[in-house]
Ligand binder design. Structure first.
Ligand code: ZN
Length: 186
């Protein structure tokens, strides 16, 4: 088991498209295990492969003490109604913003046994699923902010980013972990 470094905003990998996972190998199983450990240590509720410098199309989520692995996930239905709520991201520590998203989504994905499953949620889990699937396509929550909100988020980030040389967040010496966050990070 090892704790992985988290890539922060500015690392180009966060903007790359991921690659579909073919078969579930030991390497994938180990990656998932390490991603869960890393996410729990960072006190996050979701973590996508590009956030730890990987290109596999997969993410881990644990919103309510229920660990979920989504491999090659796809949103197959989304509500036309939207809801707005504050989001944060382990890759943009200490920056938050209100994001409007479909209120409910249905996702199809593969699990670690290689089986397809579907999951539907209109709660925090639904928001988390959308946030993580965005990561797998190079999209970040700040992309949804209005011009003004985005500008102030980026101004805040400009002050924060120097804490992460090389766009790497080492969790064992992490400035953002030293205090409690009001919000959950994805
Ligand atoms: Zn995120």
């Amino acid at each position: 088991m090892s704790i992985l470094d988290i890539r922060v905003l500015g690392d180009p990998i966060l903007r790359e498209e991921t690659k579909e996972v073919g078969e579930i190998t030991d390497e994938i199983r180990l990656l998932v295990k390490n991603m869960f450990e890393t996410m729990y240590l960072a006190k996050g509720i979701g973590l996508a492969a590009p956030q730890v410098g990987r290109t596999e199309r997969l993410a881990v989520i644990d919103v309510d003490k229920q660990p979920i692995v989504i491999i090659n996930p796809e949103i197959i239905e989304s509500d036309s109604k939207t809801s707005k709520s504050e989001e944060g991201c382990l890759s943009i520590p200490d920056v938050y913003g209100d994001v409007e998203r479909p209120a409910r989504v249905r996702v199809r994905a593969m699990n670690l046994e290689g089986e397809m499953f579907e999951i539907e949620s209109g709660d925090l889990l639904g928001r988390c699923l959308q946030h993580e699937i965005d990561h797998l396509h190079g999209k970040l929550f700040v992309d949804y902010l209005s011009v003004l909100k985005r500008r102030s988020a980026m101004a805040k980030w400009t002050k924060e980013k120097d804490k992460y040389p090389g766009f790497i967040r080492h969790l064992d010496s992490d400035p953002a972990r030293s205090h409690e966050h009001p919000d959950e990070e994805l």
